[in-house]
Design a protein around this ligand. Structure first.
Ligand code: ZN
Length: 276
């Protein structure tokens, strides 16, 4: 697959002068049927550089005019496959191929709504990375506590007793929460650690799949997120907190987005196909 990502530099966006009839591979370029509020193609090119072809070819012909055209002073104009901007590139001193790649050799980049969806999936993947870190740390801490339970229990009681000399703290707040861990048996602590680490691994697989834009990862994320929604609602009603509300809102948005915008289970098929 022939495709080159180029960062700005020699990539001054330009408008081609009259270059004769506009021949060639037009269907490789986006078809814009309406004005987008956000030009995701421009965002993509700002982040990843323009996507042009034929910067390494010896000969350019009128058949390539949709994508490459001759210019002055040892330069050529190349049209970005993503945002359609024309950029100036030097004619290669040592070309590596004779002609521009055939259309079926060109890998067309994601554009418009498809590109936006890829960014949303990457955002969800980053949110999943937070889960991975949190549950991995909890799992490791639980393993550590299980392994050194007796010693830590004794130290913990000393600390509580020292603190108590300045007032009663046992049975309150975080001290009580931490103290609960020491009432767990070894096997319960190990079991909790394994559950936590397994969940971290599961979320890691999900994050990688989402980052790579895999369809299975969208289904996995939907099922994993939707399954936890009732628990989150219950937890919020039981003991409301801003963090729980935020978590519920984020997960609800993810579920709705996946169902409607990513058309899981065939939903939303009546909507028109994404433009460009
Ligand atoms: Zn571009």
């Amino acid at each position: 697959m022939e495709r080159e990502e180029r960062r700005a530099g020699d990539d001054r966006a330009v408008t081609p002068r009259a270059a004769g009839p506009d021949h060639g591979a037009h269907h490789l370029l986006p078809h814009r049927r309406h004005r987008e509020r956000v030009r995701w193609d421009l965002v993509g090119c700002a982040l990843g550089g323009h996507v042009v072809v034929g910067t390494d070819v010896a000969t350019v012909t009128p058949a390539d005019a949709a994508l490459v055209r001759p210019a002055d002073d040892g330069h050529r104009l190349h049209r970005c496959l993503r945002c359609e901007a024309w950029t100036l590139h030097p004619v290669p001193a040592h070309p590596t191929r004779e002609r521009c790649p055939a259309e079926d050799e060109v890998e067309v980049p994601l554009r418009g709504r498809a590109l936006r969806d890829r960014y949303v999936l990457k955002l969800i993947a980053l949110e999943r990375v937070l889960h991975v870190v949190f549950f991995a740390v909890v799992g490791v801490v639980l393993l550590f506590v299980a392994r050194h339970r007796d010693v830590l229990d004794e130290d913990f009681r000393h600390i509580v007793s020292d603190l108590q000399s300045g007032g009663s703290v046992e049975g309150t707040g975080i001290v009580a929460e931490v103290g609960k861990f020491f009432s767990f048996s070894y096997s319960s602590l190990y079991l909790l650690a394994v559950v936590s680490l397994t969940y971290a691994a599961f979320e890691a697989v999900e994050a990688v799949g989402l980052w790579l834009g895999r369809r299975w990862a969208e289904y996995l994320t939907f099922v994993a997120t939707a399954t936890l929604l009732p628990l989150e609602v219950f937890g919020l009603l039981d003991r409301p907190s801003p963090l729980k509300l935020l978590t519920l809102a984020v997960n609800l948005a993810i579920v709705v987005y996946l169902l409607v915008s990513k058309r899981l289970f065939g939903l939303g098929r009546h909507r028109s196909a994404p433009a460009g």
